[in-house]
Design a protein around this ligand. Structure first.
Ligand SMILES: *Cc1c(COP(=O)(O)O)cnc(C)c1O
Length: 427
């Protein structure tokens, strides 16, 4: 039979892929730990946790075991009028570890739907209370997903261009870099003072898709405090930052004010199964808890709280809560810091940023930050040729490895980055 790669070309349309420019997808047949293996047997170090989802490594035997047991017990059941142990247990466990004091868990199937649910919760919260609050504030260049609501609260970009006129109107505050963080906070304050803002949505500490743009907890705390003063609901989109990526279990663990609504996905199941969670406070929930059926949150998906996905999430939490995982996250963060200081002064490094296990390097390639840029394709292929999966965001390369990634693999990644810096020198 023809290779997976060849057959793929006839039938598959890939996500985020200019199909004419990138016709070849690498056929992956297996994975273990931080590695993926293609059909020729070539090994790739998965330095980006397969789009930020894999926490404990590929095909983890413990998660596989738990899933396989659950599969022969209950694979799926409707989640309206029915419930099951994996969903209840997962909700119980998440509520004990999530920042703030959320008391209810609403399930869906991915990060975008977790955000859609959060937006609907916030808008209907004020609708149910009979208050006119219809505005949403977000951070410039944000990314909250690809469905229409999630796109609306995301920065307008090449991703959204074709749909811009269909997206609802959102106020964006400037990204809080060192020079203008006071201005950013003041802008939020001014918008909130209008009294019509239902929700403020934000990626806490790290804006992933924007280019791993980072800002300090003090700024996040200042935003949150302003929202509390004005009774604007805070939606923390921890889809990427959740489950240990930024050093603490959740990015919002670094601030004293707590979000009202938290979105989770990606690492939730350790990267094994699609699952989304929107957690909220009892105050949010109570606005829907009424004899009037009109106050119901009429939202749901066929695979809401799928038992296999919930089981994968429970197994992932078991692994995440082990000392070994905590130590690994510290180890990776320490290695990143060492490497960062090694290359910080290189002339092709414009900026270098780190939050826990995430390391981002902004390259001086005199090119605009554009998803389609050729230099980006060159850098992607440079790493792929050397058996490393790194997907640059424009001129920003980043490493966000699964927590099981060995020092040896980290060193291979780092030395390849150094080789790239040399190569860019000579271009
Ligand atoms: C990836 C991402 C999403 C969207 O999640 P999907 O599962 O891809 O729909 C939302 N918010 C953030 C911060 C993300 O990184």
């Amino acid at each position: 039979m023809a290779s997976i790669t060849e057959r793929d070309r006839n039938v598959i349309w890939h996500p985020y892929t200019p199909m004419k420019l990138w016709p070849e997808a690498i056929g992956i047949v297996s994975g273990s730990d931080e590695f993926l293996f293609d059909e020729q047997g070539k090994r790739y170090i998965d330095a980006i946790s397969s789009w930020w989802v894999t926490l404990h490594g590929h095909a983890h035997p413990y998660i596989a075991q738990k899933i396989s047991e659950q599969l022969t017990k209950l694979e799926h059941c409707i989640f309206a009028g029915f419930t099951h142990e994996p969903a209840v247990q997962l909700a119980e466990r998440l509520l004990t570890i999530l920042p703030g004091k959320p008391e209810k868990i609403f399930f869906s199937d991915n990060g975008s739907t977790a955000v859609e649910v959060a937006i609907k919760m916030a808008l209907q919260y004020y609708n149910n209370k009979g208050q006119k609050r219809k505005r949403i504030v977000a951070l410039e260049h944000a990314y909250h997903g690809d469905t229409f609501g999630a796109m609306s609260v995301s920065g307008r970009s090449i991703f959204t261009e074709a749909f811009d006129s269909f997206l609802f109107d959102v106020d964006f505050i400037p990204f809080p870099n060192e020079e203008n963080k006071e201005h950013s906070i003041a802008t939020l304050k001014k918008l909130l003072a209008n009294g019509d803002v239902a929700a403020f949505i934000i990626e806490p500490l790290v804006q992933g898709t924007a280019g791993m743009c980072m800002y300090p907890p003090e700024v996040l705390d200042a935003y949150f405090r302003l929202c509390k003063e004005q009774h604007t609901l805070i939606i923390a989109d921890e889809v990427m930052t959740g489950f240990g990526r930024t050093g603490t279990l959740f990015a919002c663990d670094t601030v004293s004010a707590a979000p009202d609504i938290i979105c989770l996905s990606k690492g939730l199941t350790g990267g094994t199964m699609p699952l989304g969670v929107t957690a909220c406070t009892i105050d949010v929930f109570n606005a829907f808890y009424d004899d009037d059926r009109g106050k119901t949150l009429y939202h749901g998906h066929s695979f809401t709280a799928n038992p296999i996905a919930c089981t994968a999430a429970l197994a992932s939490l078991d692994l995440l809560e082990k000392d070994e995982s905590t130590e690994n996250r510290k180890r990776i963060a320490a290695r990143h810091t060492e490497f960062a200081s090694l290359i910080a002064n290189h002339k092709n490094v414009v900026a270098i940023r780190q939050a826990g296990t995430i390391l981002a390097i902004e390259l001086n390639t005199s090119m605009p930050t554009s998803y389609n840029h050729n230099k980006r394709d060159f850098i992607y292929s440079f790493f792929i040729d050397r058996g490393i999966l790194i997907r640059p965001l424009g001129n920003i390369i980043y490493v966000m490895p699964p927590y099981c990634t060995s020092d040896e693999s980290l060193m291979l990644i780092y030395s390849c980055i150094q080789e790239l810096l040399l190569t860019l020198d000579n271009q």
